[in-house]
Design a protein around this ligand. Structure first.
Ligand code: TMP
Length: 204
């Protein structure tokens, strides 16, 4: 039987540079002859990408939003994540369930217990082996978003919203110190890259 692949998730406030660093992690893992699957949430499947488009652009009740996030996640796990891990492939996901705690609980006040219930339903046995939290002061994150792209629905939220979700991420990191590595994303890009690769090495 093949060894199972590792599941690595990338989290953080918007504008923290996750995408750039995911590419570096892929190059590094491939240089170690590890097969990698890059994916994202919401999304990662044909159905999930359709839901992503709705989630990022349509206004809706926060609980509807939470349920759709988990609907997309269920499909993502069944169709992509689990089969890849069973094949020994490393799965790198740009966001996963911690984002629902941060954005829908922290940002939008959906009850924590409701998200826990959905997590237990949708993936009772699946946890990330490593979660990299790209942490950035909220003012810096907002500044980068203004410069770099047309904002989606979430990126238009207030500074208070971003502060709440950053604090939820930092709390999750404190609660799960074995799984989490906090990456200081407010330093020169080379230093961020160095810290990211060191974190990856720690689970190989
Ligand atoms: P991205 O910009 O990192 O691709 O993520 C898309 C947006 O979706 C981002 O603003 C965070 C948000 N999001 C949630 O609100 N809840 C979730 O569970 C996930 C996965 C993402």
């Amino acid at each position: 039987m093949k060894n199972k692949g590792k599941f690595i998730t990338f989290e953080g406030v918007d504008g923290a540079g996750k995408s750039t660093h995911i590419e570096e992690v892929i190059s590094f893992l491939e240089s170690q002859e590890i097969t990698v699957k890059r994916t994202r949430e919401p999304g990662g499947t044909k159905l999930g990408e359709k839901l992503r488009d709705i989630l990022l652009h349509d206004e809706m009740d926060p609980e509807t939003e939470t349920l759709l996030m988990f609907a997309a996640r269920r499909q993502h796990i069944a169709e992509v994540i689990k089969p890849a891990l069973d094949e020994g492939i490393f799965v790198l996901s740009d966001r996963f369930t911690d984002a629902t705690y941060a954005y829908q609980y922290g940002g939008k006040h959906v009850a924590y217990s409701k998200i826990e219930t959905l997590e237990t339903w949708v993936h009772p046995d699946l946890k990330a082996d490593l979660t990299l939290l790209f942490d950035l002061p909220v003012e810096v994150s907002i500044d980068r978003l203004k410069k770099n792209r047309t904002p989606d629905k979430f990126e238009k939220e207030s500074e208070a919203f971003f502060n709440r979700l950053r604090n939820v991420y930092l709390d999750l990191a404190r609660q799960h110190p074995n799984r989490y590595r906090i990456i200081n994303a407010n330093q020169p890009i080379e230093s961020v890259s160095h810290d990211v690769i060191e974190a990856i090495k720690s689970i190989l």
